[in-house]
Ligand binder design. Structure first.
Ligand SMILES: *Cc1c(COP(=O)(O)O)cnc(C)c1O
Length: 237
């Protein structure tokens, strides 16, 4: 056969490599790779790529902007995918996001719980919500996430809200620090949440650059963009 490398070939090779990284990290941590969900973060990439990933066995897709996610979801509505909203969420976007997102990773304050709950009830859907934990020290109000001290209260309010199911926790490692230290702290927070809400077992942590560290500390969902799809155009980063 000729030497033309198609986008499908590229995505398949990247997925094989990501699965291998997960398998290696799980073996080192004495974990079962079958327990790990890859959320393919397709932001900036076209719906055609989502379609190719689905054909390769990807079941979970992540997006971070409503304006981009909604049309992409609609273009792929025939595919058996779970849609994850992983970006910072504003209250005025909840009405839209609740119509297509199965899991929202970025719930970090009571006002957002209320807005997402109303939107899910209005859409007659149950949306799984993860409490985003901010691991930056000191706390950076520009970056998403509840402080560690506030996480349980946000989790309690999700658990009590109509239309929402508390799934667990999510975090992004702080920039320029040791991800192992950050994910170890997330693991402690996750244990506190599970102690209060036994079904809330999801730990969404780890991206292309730090998934091994996250898997060492109990990640159940890794959110992988660049390692699967390639480098994003800088304008969106
Ligand atoms: C873009 C994004 C990712 C994926 O990042 P990569 O480094 O490209 O793997 C993961 N999580 C969130 C919240 C993102 O916005």
């Amino acid at each position: 056969m000729g030497g033309v490398v198609t986008r499908a070939d590229e995505l398949r090779d990247n997925l094989v490599a990501v699965r291998q990284r997960i398998a290696d990290a799980c073996r080192a941590a004495d974990r079962d790779p079958a327990e790990i969900t890859i959320v393919a973060v397709t932001k900036t990439w076209p719906a055609a790529d989502v379609r190719l990933l689905a054909a390769l066995g990807i079941s979970d897709v992540g997006e971070n902007r409503d304006q981009e996610a909604r049309p992409k979801h609609d273009a792929c509505a025939d595919l058996p995918l779970r849609w994850h909203f992983v970006g910072q969420l504003q209250r005025n976007k909840c009405k839209s996001v609740a119509t297509y997102a199965d899991i929202v990773h970025s719930v970090d304050r009571p006002s957002l719980v209320t807005a997402l709950s109303h939107a899910a009830v209005a859409a007659n859907r149950t949306v799984t919500a993860l409490v985003q934990v901010q691991l930056d020290e000191p706390h950076d109000a520009q970056r998403g996430g509840a402080t560690v001290a506030d996480v349980l209260a946000v989790a309690d309010s999700v658990a009590a809200a109509g239309g929402l199911r508390l799934g667990g926790v999510m975090a992004v490692a702080p920039l320029g620090t040791d991800p192992d230290a950050a994910f170890a702290r997330l693991s402690a927070v996750a244990a506190d949440v599970v102690a209060a809400h036994p079904a809330a077992t999801i730990v969404s942590a780890g991206m292309s650059g730090d998934m091994e560290a996250a898997l060492r500390h109990g990640a159940t969902h890794v959110r992988v963009g660049t390692a699967l799809l390639g480098r994003r155009p800088p304008v969106f980063s």
